[in-house]
Design a protein around this ligand. Structure first.
Ligand SMILES: NC(=O)C1=CN([C@@H]2O[C@H](COP(=O)(O)OP(=O)(O)OC[C@H]3O[C@@H](n4cnc5c(N)ncnc54)[C@H](O)[C@@H]3O)[C@@H](O)[C@H]2O)[C@@H](O)CC1
Ligand SMILES: Nc1ncnc2c1ncn2[C@@H]1O[C@H](COP(=O)(O)OP(=O)(O)O)[C@@H](O)[C@H]1O
Length: 295
């Protein structure tokens, strides 16, 4: 199941790059490890009609190696079909999940919606918990509408924003063409405005640190331009954060793994045309295991 053909030299190059730039994701699992060793990711979003978005994030997070995943749906009752699709994932309402104190990292926003009730869920997440938190999709749309949402937050350097150009244009109140016309400047402006880590997604995603250092990712292909692919990225980065991979490496490596997975899939005749977001996770799992092999 899910074995991918890859050119040996290419795999050697990926190993070299990963071991030099993000060594923490290349470590084999210690023999004495248990599920608690690899952290618990809490994912909040999935309002009515959008349960698929957080489900994609959660499945990707498990395939990327975190120990446990909790899904908190922004719905009064749980969407039951998901229970059978991936029974490893633990389910709760957003309200209940936010009461837990055993979460190692949060991802919030995929399919969250932008109603008033979503604002209070986002505020609770940011204010009750001071651990590393990734904001995507509707969490970014809410932040664009209410920039003071982050105001009560003690530590903003453990906040990661992952806008696509449309979300970036809302956050900076400018046009998408202005963002795309100078992506480097846009990602720096976002990092400075919110004093946070920012991934400006798209072809050659850019990552800016809160102090304005920019890194460009070169993996990936237009197969990733498909519904839910950003939700998968959020799950991958969240998974690495939950595993206590240092924040900088988790963000860089998450973006890189997501892109290489799409390249592996395309080389195996899965896309780029018609690649589905749910197909990315098994390729990420395969790749992480190849990177941690000793030869
Ligand atoms: N299965 C599911 O439940 C899915 C739920 N999703 C969720 O649906 C919600 C809304 O997503 P929508 O796609 O409707 O809204 P978006 O805000 O993502 O996109 C709306 C518009 O923004 C612009 N835009 C988006 N990406 C762009 C880019 N890369 N470059 C230039 N312009 C761009 C386009 O004009 C686009 O029509 C989010 O919360 C998201 O997480 C989506 O991720 C898709 C899958
Ligand atoms: N042409 C492309 N080349 C490389 N990566 C792409 C391309 N188009 C989209 N992507 C990647 O796919 C993901 C899309 O995310 P997003 O727009 O948030 O999707 P969704 O909201 O449907 O989940 C991002 O990680 C982005 O960098």
């Amino acid at each position: 199941m899910n074995t991918f053909r890859t050119d040996r030299e290419l795999l050697r190059q990926w190993r070299r790059l990963a071991r030099s730039q993000f060594p923490a994701i290349c470590q084999p699992r210690p023999a004495q490890s248990h599920k608690g060793t690899f952290g618990t990711l809490g994912i909040i979003g999935g309002a009515e009609g959008m349960a698929g978005s957080v489900s994609l994030s959660a499945v990707a997070a498990l395939h990327c190696g975190c120990g446990k995943v909790w899904l908190g749906f922004h719905q009064p009752t749980l969407p039951l079909p998901l229970l059978t699709q991936q029974p490893e994932i633990m389910l709760a309402t957003a309200e209940h999940l936010l009461q837990r104190s055993d979460i190692s990292a949060w991802v919030i926003g995929c399919g969250l919606g932008t109603h008033e009730s979503a604002v209070s869920v986002l505020k609770s997440c940011l204010q009750q918990h001071n651990i590393v938190t990734l904001l995507d999709a509707d969490a970014l749309n809410l932040l664009a509408q209410q920039p003071d949402i982050l105001a009560g937050r003690k530590n903003k350097h453990n906040i990661i924003l992952t806008p696509h150009p449309g979300e970036a244009s809302r956050l900076l109140q400018c046009s998408i063409s202005e963002i795309q016309g100078n992506r480097n400047q846009a990602v720096c402006r976002l990092a400075a405005k919110y004093n946070a880590w920012v991934v400006l997604k798209g072809h050659q995603s850019l990552i800016a640190s809160p102090n304005g250092q920019v890194w460009q990712n070169n993996s990936g292909n237009p197969g990733l331009a498909t519904a839910g692919s950003g939700d998968v990225l959020a799950g991958i980065i969240g998974s690495l954060l939950a595993q206590q991979i240092p924040l900088e490496q988790a963000v860089y490596a998450g973006v890189w793994l997501h892109g290489i997975a799409a390249d592996i899939l395309a080389a195996n005749e899965i896309g780029p045309i018609g690649l589905c977001a749910g197909e990315i996770a098994p390729a990420v799992r395969w790749l992480r295991n190849r990177l941690s092999e000793t030869n």
